[in-house]
Write a protein that binds this ligand. Structure first.
Ligand code: THU
Length: 133
């Protein structure tokens, strides 16, 4: 199966597992990692609202926990007619494990609505190289 179709179906399936009883806004994410495997995540909310985590954070945690280190492509999905884009914190999380050209596919349940590079989503991002100076 085409990789983007695979990312779409895995993210959509994972979206259905979201724990979103407060916002009722379910989000799913699927990463193609440098080991050619797919890692998924969904948002997990909490009665103590700031303890909730985003779908992208869950997918990245799964990727790292399983020994992969780089995002090749990522797809984020929500059941919304509007274009859903990753929040600011998740753009920074994605950038940490990407190159500037890494593609971020933005989807709703009907299909992919837009594809952007992480540098388009997060221009002038904080550069970890700065920490080494
Ligand atoms: N959410 C994500 O999972 N990813 C994003 O990039 C944006 C927001 C979740 C967090 C919260 O559970 C719900 O969407 C509403 O903000």
């Amino acid at each position: 199966m085409d990789i983007v179709k695979n990312l779409f179906s895995r993210a959509k399936e994972t979206c259905s597992h979201a724990h979103a009883p407060y916002s009722h806004f379910r989000v799913g994410a699927a990463i193609l990692a440098d080991d050619n495997k797919i890692y998924t995540g969904c948002n997990v909310e909490n009665a103590s609202y700031p303890c909730g985590t985003c779908a992208e954070a869950g997918a990245i945690a799964s990727m790292i926990a399983n020994g992969a280190t780089q995002i090749r492509e990522i797809l984020v999905i929500a059941d919304s007619q509007e274009l859903i884009t990753p929040c600011g914190a998740c753009r920074q999380r994605i950038a940490e494990f990407s190159t500037p050209e890494t593609l971020v596919h933005l989807a709703n349940f009907q299909g992919i609505k837009k594809t952007l590079s992480i540098s388009e989503l997060l221009p002038y991002s904080f550069n970890p190289e700065e920490l080494k100076k």
